[in-house]
Design a protein around this ligand. Structure first.
Ligand SMILES: NC(=O)c1ccc[n+]([C@@H]2O[C@H](COP(=O)([O-])OP(=O)(O)OC[C@H]3O[C@@H](n4cnc5c(N)ncnc54)[C@H](OP(=O)(O)O)[C@@H]3O)[C@@H](O)[C@H]2O)c1
Length: 315
């Protein structure tokens, strides 16, 4: 295990888009904009070249500022970066898609976006309120648009050239099949929760078959209990290979053929999550065969309501 292990530089070719997606990804779901800018800066300095953003995180400008500083300083070239951002649920209607996309591009201060995802397959009532609720606090869904119509609007963004690839997030295998069956431009990327407690093998098999790359979010289990990082199989492997449990979980994600997204506001954790080493085959097998805990930490797939974003005050 040396510092020169090439695992951290793994990239996946986008069969249904253009470019290469770095396996090691940094997520920007960080509530405070100043902390977002600092963390993004630390991630870029450490070597992360794949950033995950979203309109819904309300901090694209802070991520954009950190990228702009690095690009200006010449420590980074735009073509080395892979930036994903996402269309929020309130913008599913085709006539809103381009406006939302251009607004994200403006906030991120980028001419083009490497990958644009439909954040969740649930359409919410269109408007400026990102969390539209009725008088009883129930989410107001929008039955006036289908996922296929929204997908077709994303396809048109690719045609126009400022969007290099498109994909879906928080999607089930069933809904993904439906989109793949009718898509003119197939999804390049699918972003879902995935970690040793939620390996999503069936989805991974389907994606491989169709040239789709998975972005695994909550790759460390979002620091929730039961803790992936305290799992006895993971901690025993970590001791054996002299890495941390986080490094074991992240190396496993790459070696089984997914990219991952992890987030931290601590420079030490950011560096640790980049400093990956290849796991031996027996460790890969142990994680697959000996971990029996099965848990989904984020219920966003069921409702479209973000599981990890605290609800702000109701206006
Ligand atoms: N599509 C979606 O709906 C969706 C949903 C959720 C997330 N995402 C994306 O996925 C990204 C990652 O998700 P996530 O935040 O759940 O990822 P995660 O990496 O599983 O969880 C982050 C937590 O792990 C801790 N951590 C980070 N690095 C660590 C390390 N090396 N050792 C020990 N603990 C460590 C962090 O704490 P410290 O800050 O203390 O280090 C933080 O509490 C998000 O930022 C977002 O971009 C997408």
């Amino acid at each position: 295990m040396t510092g020169s292990d090439p695992l951290r530089y793994t990239t996946f070719h986008l069969a249904n888009g253009s470019g290469e997606l770095p396996a090691v990804g940094f997520g920007t779901l960080i509530p405070d904009p100043l902390a977002t800018k600092e963390a993004t800066r630390a991630a870029l300095e450490t070597g992360f070249r794949h950033l995950d953003c979203a309109e819904r995180y309300r901090n694209e400008e802070a991520v954009g500022d950190a990228m702009r500083d690095a690009l200006k300083a010449g420590t980074l070239r735009r073509k080395e970066l892979f930036v994903t951002t996402k269309l929020w649920n309130t913008n599913h209607r085709p006539e809103r898609v381009r406006l939302a996309f251009d607004a994200s591009r403006r906030r991120l201060q980028l001419d083009y976006i490497d990958c644009y995802l439909i954040h969740t397959p649930f359409a919410f009532q269109p408007g400026d309120d990102l969390d539209p609720r009725d008088g009883q606090g129930r989410v107001m869904y929008d039955s006036g648009v289908t996922l296929v119509e929204t997908w077709q609007a994303l396809e048109r963004l690719v045609d126009d050239g400022h969007c290099k690839s498109i994909g879906l997030s928080d999607i089930t295998l069933k809904k993904l099949r439906e989109i793949v069956a009718v898509a003119r431009i197939k999804p390049a990327v699918v972003q879902v929760e995935s970690h040793p407690y939620l390996p999503e093998w069936d989805l991974l098999d389907f994606c491989r078959e169709h040239g789709i790359v998975i972005q695994a979010f909550a790759a460390l289990g979002h620091a929730m209990k039961p803790s992936v990082l305290e799992d006895p199989v993971i901690t025993a492997i970590a001791q054996r290979v002299r890495k941390t449990p986080a490094q074991v979980a992240l190396a496993w994600a790459v070696q089984r053929g997914t990219t991952f997204l992890t987030t931290s506001t601590k420079r030490q954790h950011i560096q640790e999550s980049f400093d990956l080493s290849t796991l031996p085959e027996d460790a890969m097998r142990e994680i697959r065969d000996r971990i029996t805990t099965s848990i989904r930490f984020n219920a966003v797939v069921e409702t479209g309501v973000p599981g990890f974003i605290p609800r702000g005050p109701v206006n």
